[in-house]
Design a protein around this ligand. Structure first.
Ligand SMILES: O=C(O)C(=O)C[C@H](O)[C@H](O)COP(=O)(O)O
Length: 210
């Protein structure tokens, strides 16, 4: 994997995944996550506020690495980069999207859920992949099994990962980190309870990576 991506993924065992409805929350939220030890922050492009949220984090939160998540097409790559995303993640990666990502200029973690998808992405030069949806697709057993034929790949399992099952993933040699929404519960975000989010983030940051 590109050196800069390896260095990024080594910075924290967990990438918080956020669906944000109010871009005004992005700055204090990201500051709380960085302060707690989770500098990589995936903001999913599932809400109208997402691009403004990425822009706010990129501009105003030192130390944060804003990641655009749920990138589904080429147009969203350009919009993410324009907003200041420093990395891109996709839930799945059709060939046209993978080819556009290969030349996009920032580290990318494309999503896959099968050996064939992982192999196709590896051929395009992607060797750190999001495994999504992790729990529904086979969880740690899938990851252990794929390490046999594809030992050069590392994964960020996401989808159904929690504080309780994250250690099972992080113990695997081909898991670089995990992603999940459990660090930023919707109710805590709506209540602007950044202290509670900070506690969840510190707990996550304390998980042992490889
Ligand atoms: O669409 C994307 O690009 C995503 O990032 C999907 C999210 O990773 C999962 O939805 C995580 O959700 P949880 O299972 O609640 O942790």
């Amino acid at each position: 994997m590109p050196h800069d991506l390896a260095a990024l993924l080594a910075r924290a065992p967990v990438i918080p995944v956020i669906a944000i409805e109010d871009a005004g929350l992005a700055e204090p939220l990201a500051a709380a996550l960085v302060e707690a030890g989770l500098p990589l922050i995936e903001i999913t492009l599932r809400t109208p506020a997402a691009l403004d949220a990425i822009r706010a984090v990129a501009r105003a939160v030192p130390g944060a690495v804003p990641i655009a998540g749920t990138v589904l097409d080429e147009r969203q790559i350009a919009a993410s980069l324009d907003a200041g995303a420093q990395m891109i993640v996709t839930p799945g990666t059709p060939l046209a999207l993978a080819e556009a990502l290969a030349g996009c200029g920032v580290p990318v973690m494309p999503g896959c859920a099968s050996p064939g998808e992982a192999m196709a992405l590896s051929r395009l030069g992607f060797n750190a992949l999001k495994f999504f949806p992790a729990e529904a697709s086979g969880g740690p057993r899938w990851l252990s099994a794929i390490a046999g034929p594809l030992p050069h790949l590392v994964f960020c399992p996401t989808g159904g990962v929690t504080l309780a099952n994250a250690p099972d993933y992080l113990a695997l040699p081909n898991v670089a980190c995990v992603g999940g929404t459990w660090i930023t519960p919707k109710a805590a975000l709506q209540a602007r309870d950044f202290a509670a989010i900070g506690r969840l983030a510190r707990e996550a940051a304390g998980l042992k990576g490889r």
